[in-house]
Design a protein around this ligand. Structure first.
Ligand SMILES: *[C@@H]1O[C@H](CO)[C@@H](O)[C@H](O)[C@H]1NC(C)=O
Length: 228
């Protein structure tokens, strides 16, 4: 649907421009709204509020309350598809491109996640244990930069892959090391827990933006506020 609707939108703008139906600012707004992913699909932004449901910081009651909230006041923001979504895949997509084949992962949590160095949308958002974000060393040439999405996979953890957004700098890391939230780390650890502490020899891929994009998992599109 998305590729077609984008074309339709552009055609509408072109026609409106030619016939003078839309003021030019309307046309500019419509163009700006045509925010698409790498496959040409119109981007959808949602906010699940809590991020990854698998994160073990949440009790059964909290998960149940979140479910109610989704069906209640935030109803319009969520599709049924986001409910109970597993935030990993088995293996990669055709569009994923190998970036590094021996990446090390560790995890960090709580206050260390706050105020990431790539920005937090001008204070509008803070990463949580249940977000899917990561930190890398500053100056990893040809490595992921602020705001980039990477897909990390571990063949030794049932070939699970997790998409994370790099939004922070890791002072104690070298190239080839990604420091992750607990919820992302656990998907990639063979034990499915935090027990390993460090896991090595993962594959890292360049990957498409997530679509729909859950702000609770990945933060706002613009990490730096426009007036920064
Ligand atoms: C985040 O994880 C840390 C470390 O396990 C834990 O102490 C903290 O309570 C968690 N935060 C929340 C909000 O659950």
């Amino acid at each position: 649907m998305a590729r077609l609707s984008l074309l339709a939108l552009l055609a509408t703008i072109a026609m409106a421009g030619a016939s003078g139906v839309l003021a030019s600012s309307d046309a500019a707004q419509a163009l700006e709204a045509a925010d698409v992913d790498e496959a040409g699909n119109v981007m959808q932004y949602i906010n699940s509020v809590f991020g990854d449901e698998d994160d073990d910081d949440y009790s059964e009651e909290e998960l149940a309350r979140r479910d109610l909230m989704r069906r209640g006041k935030h109803h319009h923001k969520h599709s049924r598809k986001t409910k109970g979504k597993q935030h990993f895949t088995i293996g990669t997509d055709d569009s994923d491109q190998l970036w590094d084949d021996a990446v090390k992962i560790t995890w960090y949590a709580s206050n260390d996640l706050k105020n990431p160095q790539c920005g937090n949308g001008g204070g509008k958002w803070q990463p949580e244990n249940s977000s899917h974000i990561g930190a890398v060393v500053k100056g990893w040439d040809n490595g992921p930069q602020c705001g980039d999405f990477v897909k990390l996979c571990n063949k030794k953890a049932d070939n699970k892959c997790v998409k994370v957004r790099v939004i922070d700098k890791c002072a104690g890391c070298k190239k080839g090391h990604v420091d992750l939230t607990k919820s992302a780390f656990k998907k990639l650890a063979p034990s499915g827990t935090l027990n390993e502490g460090v896991v090595e020899n993962l594959q890292m891929y360049k990957t498409y933006k997530p679509n729909p994009w859950d702000i609770a998992l990945f933060g706002p599109k613009l990490l730096q506020a426009l007036n920064n």
